[in-house]
Design a protein around this ligand. Sequence first.
Ligand SMILES: Cc1ncc(COP(=O)(O)O)c(C=O)c1O
Length: 412
Amino acid sequence: MMNKEKIRADFPMIQSEFEKGRIYFDSAATSFKPKCVIDKVVEYYTKESANIHRGDYDLSYQVSSEYETVRKLCAKFLNAKSENEIVFTSGASSSLNLVAYGYGQKFLKADDIILSTEAEHASNILPWFKVSEVTGARIEYIPLDKEGIFDLEAYKKVLSDLGNKIKVVTLAHVSNVLGNIVPIKEVTRLAHEVGAVVVCDGAQSVPHIKVDVQDLDVDFLCFSSHKMLGPSGVGVLYGKYELLDVMDPFMLGGGSNARFDICGNILLKNPPFKFEAGTPCVEGVLGFGEALKYLMDIGMENVEEEGRELHKYFLEEMLKLDNVIVYNPKSETSIVTFNVKDIFAQDVACYLNSQGIAVRSGNHCAKILLNVIGASETIRASLYLYNTKEEVDRAIEVIKGVTLEKCIGASI
Ligand SMILES: Cc1ncc(COP(=O)(O)O)c(C=O)c1O
């Protein structure tokens, strides 16, 4: 059991005068940060401001060592074989683009198949559109069920129809709209049988459920620090070392090369450094390290259990309301996606805001999925470990009372 009061006390945003009494249900977009994360970022700027891997003085050695300690911690968090499998990027989008460019554009060729789903976030499908355009590889979609949920049987059928033409299977572990968990371990096992590599978009899974990359056996995993209590501007690409080793970097520059000469010969460093050209977001990585420690202290099993409990409660209460349509009654993580009947999603979101409840409305960057579930816009409420059942109760009371008149009043 979590000590909710203690957790809430750790988050300055929850304690802030402006936010006091408000309800933040938009953690799938970005999470609040605990004080230890904020303190670390401030500490870097007040006591540790130096570049990493570049200075021949104590402060630079110290910051470099702290930075590399976060890499080790992240490897431990994911149960990666080595910290050399952890590449720091600027976020999930940049990690996904790096794989698409560095692996997809390098190794795919005409008539190869990239297998994905219609539920993907733009950041995990647009980079593959580009791979397709550049290489001639084709994108095929695993049919989802009518609620937009990943269907293992449909996947097996696609694998047996297309077989070893499939070179990449790329999909989200948890949908950012529907919150369902894709059975990624089984997906990966089957993909490997046809010789495909698996790119897992973990932006919505890594913050909420225990992810063990050796157990899942995924080839690549991409996620962002800012959705898991860490600073923005930092992301992770986990990749199996032998794949990172043969991949091309997306950027070239300082820090990523061992040597270059006037003839244009470049000798790149080994992974992960060959992917980290330029000065990184040092303070962000240090803050991310604190976020990892914070989550590890609580235990990801507990984070997951708390998320499920809170979500189950919220979902059950939502399903009792007769003025709403819930699009993801089977979701397992902290996302509830809904509409109030006959009212435009954004008008409802504006009204909820007027009542102190922060949610997101629209297509949530998964523009193809909304055709599948039959709604052009939805409202997404996404919770995290600092939310409470009392907040859910208050939100339910407000949602229950939403009317067109109130929404029009709120948007004037
Ligand atoms: C499933 C999924 N993938 C990728 C991303 C992109 O993450 P970022 O904006 O941090 O790069 C998001 C962000 O919402 C997401 O939900």
